[in-house]
Write a protein of this length. Structure first.
Length: 113
């Protein structure tokens, strides 16, 4: 898609690919989102989150899991908890907001392309 995407479900996975903003929420399921330079808000209770993006420049970001790990392909300016379960910070002017949250699952931030 080329516009902003909002997807919600209770039981099921969500897969988004857009050049706009990505907003996805589920209770039981994984989320995979591919977005370029817009904001992303992805949350699940029982599932993994994967964000694929070409860059994290000018981003204010927060990724948190209770039972899992947060991993990334990017160099991050900010804070990483010793447990590897939370990462937050700001790159550049922070105009792009990225919020990733799960309770039971891991979070991956992957470089696209």
């Amino acid at each position: 898609m080329q516009g902003d995407v909002r997807a919600e479900t209770v039981n099921g996975k969500i897969q988004i690919s857009t050049s706009g903003a990505a907003n996805a929420k589920t209770v039981n399921g994984n989320i995979v989102a591919t977005c370029s330079t817009k904001s992303a808000a992805l949350s699940t209770v029982n599932g993994r989150i994967t964000l694929q993006t070409p860059s994290l420049s000018n981003s204010a970001f927060m990724a948190e899991t209770k039972n899992g790990a947060v991993t990334t392909d990017f160099q991050m300016a900010g804070n990483r908890r010793p447990s590897g379960r939370r990462m937050d910070g700001k790159n550049g002017n922070g105009s792009r907001e990225i919020m990733l949250k799960t309770v039971n699952g891991s979070i991956q931030i992957r470089r696209l392309g």
